[in-house]
Design a protein around this ligand. Structure first.
Ligand code: GTP
Ligand code: MG
Length: 169
């Protein structure tokens, strides 16, 4: 028998960490060097086939990282099955922001699956130690990956893991 799961997924994290770029890479297989700031939120539906029988529809909300949009965020993360919390491995400040989002999600959407993503893994020097990030993820029950929207490293893998996660919920 075949099955189809539909789930709401939200992308959160500081402005400029590459949330939209990850989606662009996943959806179009392309990368844009320019930062086109997301205003509010943007929606993308993506189907992920886990097998011939299992199809997962991800209803993905890409959010705006700029502080001026913070009051809109509850609308995007409410009722989410999974949240992808993104930082930039070359920017320590973007990692401190992760703690805010993890706390907020745990308070507001307690059953939400949490994925921690260190994007821009192609960049040097790396300012966020991968062991520190991994330990933080483990301590908070999150899956963790480093990605690059530029080189495509682990981008398909990330969304496959999210699809596998929400399919089990
Ligand atoms: P907001 O919409 O403001 O929240 O930002 P965002 O998180 O959507 O960031 P966006 O995807 O617009 O990317 C910001 C900048 O980082 C752009 O100039 C991208 O080209 C660049 N960028 C994104 N991902 C990567 C990456 O993996 N590697 C490198 N080197 N640059 C990246
Ligand atoms: Mg964006």
């Amino acid at each position: 028998t075949s099955s189809k799961t539909e789930s709401k997924v939200v992308l959160l994290g500081d402005s400029g960490v590459g949330k939209s770029s990850l989606l662009w890479r996943f959806d179009r297989g392309e990368f844009n060097e320019n930062h086109e700031v997301t205003i509010g939120g943007a929606y993308l539906e993506k189907k992920v086939a886990l097998s011939n029988e299992k199809m997962v529809v991800l209803n993905i909300w890409d959010t705006a990282g700029q502080d001026r949009f913070l009051s809109l965020m509850p609308m995007y993360y409410r009722n989410s099955t999974a949240a992808i919390i993104v930082y930039d491995v070359s920017n320590q400040h973007s990692f401190s922001r992760v703690q805010y989002w993890v706390k907020t999600l745990k308070d507001q959407v307690p059953d939400c699956l949490l994925y921690l993503v260190g994007n821009k893994a192609d960049k040097e020097p790396k300012m966020v130690d991968e062991f520190v990030a991994k330990d933080f993820a483990t301590a908070n029950g999150m899956d963790w990956l480093e990605t690059s929207a530029k080189s495509a490293l682990n981008v398909d893998l990330l969304f496959k893991r999210v699809a596998e996660g929400v399919e089990k919920v």
